[in-house]
Design a protein around this ligand. Structure first.
Ligand code: PEP
Ligand code: MN
Length: 293
């Protein structure tokens, strides 16, 4: 099959009808998620546990990241696990705990959708629907979340090219949903010293090609907490519109991804350092409209 080509402002051919950077205008999409800006001058820190485990763990993390100035709260209720025998998420009970976290802190919720059959329940709670790396090319799911009309955080597949990521974004955009956030989360290479290879060059390249906001997930790329701070600082410096990071009150007890989770009571210092790096790249923290800090 040949994909019809369009041209960008500089005349280069591309197949991105809707995701391409607006011709001539140099325009960028800036999303407003419950008062938090994603894109433009803003730098958003999305933080929370890999998975919702319990009421105490969820609310304690939400309180800590909120106090540290996080922009949105993340947490999975439906988890894509490599092993079918591993914990698969709390499902509906997890969603209920996420809505409690939102009530407690006011932070908008980012949570993953794996199956269109869960969409109705997810739409009650989620402010942003995450499409995980493993579902980046699940085209029927992309079409369904496009129709649902909620902002979508689209992660790059484990072995996907930048072109494939943008073509997946087209599936959401073509349903009339313009609120897509692209996320670089590390790709498979020959390197085994860390979990995935964080492709930071993807950030400026995606920004060159597309008007959509671009964020980075250093947690899943790193696989261990010691690397999360340097990779987050680098993501901010390279011009990302934000990061999404995993945080846990007691990572050694976490059901999932504890090794790469930041410790909740050290999160404030981390967030300040990353926002300082983002400031060097000309960004300001994404905080609620009208907030004093
Ligand atoms: C996650 O965010 O917890 C997750 C499973 O991410 P990814 O899809 O990038 O592996
Ligand atoms: Mn995880």
């Amino acid at each position: 099959m040949t994909i019809a080509m369009n041209t960008t402002a500089n005349g280069a051919e591309h197949p991105y009808r809707l995701a391409a950077r607006w011709q001539g205008a140099g325009g960028r999409t800036v999303l407003d998620v419950a008062g938090r800006k994603l894109g433009g001058e803003s730098f958003a820190i999305i933080a929370g546990p890999c998975t919702v485990e319990s009421r105490e763990q969820t609310l304690e993390t939400a309180r800590a990241v909120s106090a540290a100035g996080a922009s949105l709260f993340r947490g999975g209720a439906y988890k894509p696990r490599t092993s079918p025998y591993a914990f698969q998420g709390l499902g509906q009970e997890g969603l209920r705990l996420l809505s409690e976290a939102r009530e407690l802190t006011g932070l908008p919720i980012v949570t993953e959708v794996m199956d269109a059959r869960d969409l109705e329940a997810l739409l009650e709670v989620a402010d942003v629907l995450q499409i995980g790396a493993r579902n980046m090319q699940n085209y029927t799911l992309l079409t369904e979340v496009g129709r649902a009309g909620k902002p979508v955080l689209l992660k790059r597949g484990l072995s996907s090219t930048i072109q494939e990521l943008l073509m997946s974004a087209e599936y959401v955009l073509k349903e009339g949903n313009e609120a897509v956030i692209l996320c670089e989360r590390g790709i498979r290479t020959f390197e085994t010293a860390y979990r995935f290879t964080l492709d930071l060059a993807a950030v400026p390249v995606l920004k060159e090609l597309s008007h959509l906001p671009v964020i980075v997930d250093p947690s899943h790329a790193a696989g261990r907490r010691e690397l999360v701070t340097p990779l987050s600082l680098a993501a901010a410096a390279v011009g990302a519109d934000g990061i999404i990071v995993e945080v846990h009150p007691a990572p050694e007890t976490a059901i999932c991804d504890g090794r790469q989770s930041l410790v909740a009571d050290q999160f404030g210092e981390f967030a300040d350092r990353v926002q300082a790096a983002a400031a060097v790249a000309g960004k300001v923290p994404s905080r609620p409209t009208g907030a004093l800090v």
